[in-house]
Ligand binder design. Structure first.
Ligand code: IMP
Ligand code: MG
Length: 180
């Protein structure tokens, strides 16, 4: 892919760096208030959420721990829930933590639904979901975020951790992807 081809796929900027950082700071403040004096664990599902998590955790001013997992889900087309295959699991017991699942985007919601069910079965003190982006029009699984920073229509987006074919994760802003 040439630099020109790469650039031509960035259709338009949806959220600038400044807009994202303002929203992340607000989210960090709210989490710091809501979880004061509570054992807080941020769990992020790789890879997409790594940029969001990195900024969000630095906007949180209370003690917190961070953990990662990798999950892939397989579906038979119609069912809204599938078999979630954890390719990298948490190494700590979450039962003594208030857990926040940090996601990049909720699209159909199926992956997150399955991961949330799996974590709930491990009995954390509480479980909430924070997502950078929400595409409610595409939802199939019954799951909603407790906090979502931006709600977007059904466009494919890239940047700030979100990829297309593993590229564009390093864009500092969120852009619409040129599909043509
Ligand atoms: P879901 O199980 O359909 O909600 O899938 C969510 C996952 O699909 C996200 O964690 C992303 O990795 C990916 N995804 C969904 N929509 C987009 C998008 O617009 N851009 C980039 N990745 C996306
Ligand atoms: Mg993802």
């Amino acid at each position: 892919m040439t630099q020109q081809e790469y650039q031509s796929k960035i259709k338009r900027v949806l959220f600038t760096e400044d807009e994202i950082h303002a929203a992340v700071r607000r989210a960090g403040k709210k989490i710091s208030r809501d979880y004061a004096e509570k054992p807080l664990l941020l769990v992020s599902i790789l890879n997409g959420a790594f940029v969001f998590l990195a900024d969000l955790c630095r906007a949180i001013t209370i003690p917190c721990e961070i953990a990662f997992m990798c999950a892939k889900s397989y579906y038979n087309g119609t069912s809204s829930s599938g078999i979630v295959n954890i390719t990298m699991d948490l190494t700590l017991d979450i039962k003594d933590y208030h857990v926040i699942l940090v996601e990049d985007i909720i699209d159909t919601g199926r992956t997150l639904h399955d991961v949330a069910e799996l974590l709930k079965a491990r009995h954390p003190l509480s479980l909430k979901i924070v997502t950078l982006l929400d595409k409610p029009d595409r939802r199939i699984a019954r799951i909603d975020a407790d906090m979502s920073l931006f709600t977007i229509p059904d466009h494919f987006v890239i940047g700030y951790g979100l990829d297309c074919g593993e590229k564009y994760r390093n864009l500092p802003y969120i852009a619409e992807y040129e599909e043509s």
